[in-house]
Design a binder for this molecule. Structure first.
Ligand SMILES: [Zn+2]
Length: 493
């Protein structure tokens, strides 16, 4: 039974992770009026995304420092979850992952239904090109909006030459060496070396542009934890650099802004209306526009955002009410369920020794997970093998702790007594190991919804069953060992 419930918890955790990506966004098909465009300021706009470059690592890089001296810089904050593809979409659409529905890299297989700067440019007859390593980050439907797209790690430099030679009106470049180094080695020398590789590519892009007429934006989709990994809401993961230089940029260092502000800012430089459901606002302070043009841009964007907020609020209100009612019902059911469990365990003869055994298992599991550096954050599993190693350590320590204490709990029982109490420590431990899972189910439900839970609850939604899942094999070991032992005693008796 414990193995069955463990399998159920595994399926639910995987299902929760998969349900994070939503095929539809509440922003879809809102009757939004399109804002008028400003005058075009830049001949060419290039957006260079250094995948995984955290804000504090964007210094001491020759090309980036030169651009910073010449142009504008600031720190941008991203929305949770800090995962690449949702953040690429956030930068291009002006919509953060919670509302866009793109919340994992699995979203690349879903249709992108929101308006973006790419779509705006394409509709205006501009040429749009993109370049990246490996697989395209967009699904075919969205990819059709690019006039040209090149991918592949082996010929990245060649592809970079090709895309630069095109002189497209809007070019989106993704460079992933820093992210790969972060996953493989954490935030250290290899990461900084990879940042220098990305910086060399930035230098090539900058030298191909005429920054009197063109503009280059360098930013990142997310940062990396010190140990490597991203996905959660740690400050070093949520803050990314922005350096912009060239036509239409007013030099200086500016205050913090958001990644979603990029889409309307790039649109303003290209003389395009912003993506229609953009939640970002143009970074007018760093644009060298006439006072009149700057004021118009700010006022119109603010008005547009107010209309969007009102329409979105109307659309979300019934959804919020429904989710709140469902959560209340689950939270009310939880104590009843736990009470029923407690009664069953009491009838099975669970006493303080069995309870101590269960508490020791859970404490050992959580303690080892924590001491090895594991955190309840989506950033934890995103470094090659790291999360698996932590879980194996917790599994290998907590299991024997349980076995030893379960033996003690049964000590002194006669064979008859032992048989009647054989399952008490096992069931008590399984029940306690299931507690994080049951509480999480009550708080967030079985699947992710339109409104994303807080970052810690989102991680728990996918993983809270792990202590129970890891207990199942030890329960089997325990029962088999006990069966052999009692069989032996019977034979002796
Ligand atoms: Zn990554």
């Amino acid at each position: 039974m414990i193995v069955g419930v463990g399998a159920l918890a595994t399926c639910q955790g995987v299902g929760f992770w998969r349900s994070l990506d939503r095929p539809h966004s509440p922003l879809e098909a809102l009757p939004m009026p399109l804002q008028p465009a400003s005058d075009r300021v830049a001949r060419r706009v290039v957006l260079f995304i250094v995948d995984g470059l955290r804000a504090d690592a964007a210094h001491d890089l020759a090309a980036l420092d030169r651009l910073r001296q010449r142009g504008a810089s600031r720190v941008l904050h991203i929305g949770f979850p800090s995962v690449s593809i949702p953040q690429y979409y956030a930068a291009l659409s002006g919509v953060e992952p919670d509302l866009s529905g793109a919340r994992t890299n699995g979203f690349r297989w879903m249709e992108w239904r929101l308006d973006t700067i790419v779509g705006r440019a394409r509709q205006a007859g501009l040429r749009v090109a993109t370049l990246g390593p490996n697989d395209p980050w967009f699904q075919p439907g969205f990819g059709e909006q690019f006039s040209h797209a090149w991918f592949g790690d082996s010929d990245y430099d060649e592809n970079l030459s090709r895309v630069l030679a095109l002189s497209s009106d809007l070019t989106v470049i993704v460079h992933d060496a820093v992210d790969v180094a972060g996953h493989d080695h954490g935030f250290g020398d290899a990461y900084r070396q990879a940042a220098r590789v990305a910086d060399a590519a930035i230098a090539r892009v900058a030298s191909s542009l005429d920054l009197e007429r063109d503009v280059l934006f360098v930013t990142a989709d997310h940062g990396h934890c010190d140990a490597g990994g991203h996905g959660g809401d740690e400050p070093e993961v949520m803050a990314v650099p922005l350096v912009a230089a060239g036509a239409g940029i007013r030099p200086g260092h500016y205050g913090e802004a958001r990644l979603v502000d990029l889409a309307p800012t790039l649109a303003a430089l290209l003389g395009l209306p912003p993506p229609v459901t953009s939640r970002g606002l143009p970074l007018a302070d760093m644009l060298s526009l006439s006072t009149r043009a700057a004021r118009r841009l700010v006022v119109e964007s603010r008005d547009h955002r107010q209309v969007l907020d009102r329409l979105l609020g109307d659309r979300l209100a019934p959804i919020t009410d429904r989710l709140r009612a469902e959560q209340t019902a689950r939270l009310l059911a939880l104590p009843l369920l736990l009470g029923a469990f407690a009664l069953i365990l009491a009838r099975l003869g669970v006493g303080h020794r069995e309870l101590a055994c269960a508490l020791a298992y859970l404490a050992a599991f959580v303690g080892v997970f924590w001491l090895c550096g594991g955190r309840v954050s989506l950033s934890s599993p995103r470094t090659s093998g790291y999360f698996a190693r932590i879980l194996v350590c917790a599994f290998l320590v907590a299991g024997p702790v349980y076995l030893a204490l379960a033996r003690r709990a049964r000590r002194g029982s006669s064979v008859r007594g032992l048989l009647s109490r054989v399952h008490a420590p096992t069931l008590c431990t399984a029940s306690l190991a299931a507690l994080p899972w049951l509480v999480t189910l009550a708080v967030v439900g079985v699947r992710a919804e339109v409104l994303l839970p807080a970052p810690t609850w989102t991680a728990l939604g996918a993983w809270s069953g792990i202590p129970l899942i890891c207990f199942a094999p030890w329960a089997v070991v325990d029962v088999v060992a006990l069966g052999l032992a009692t069989g032996g005693w019977r034979g002796a008796g």
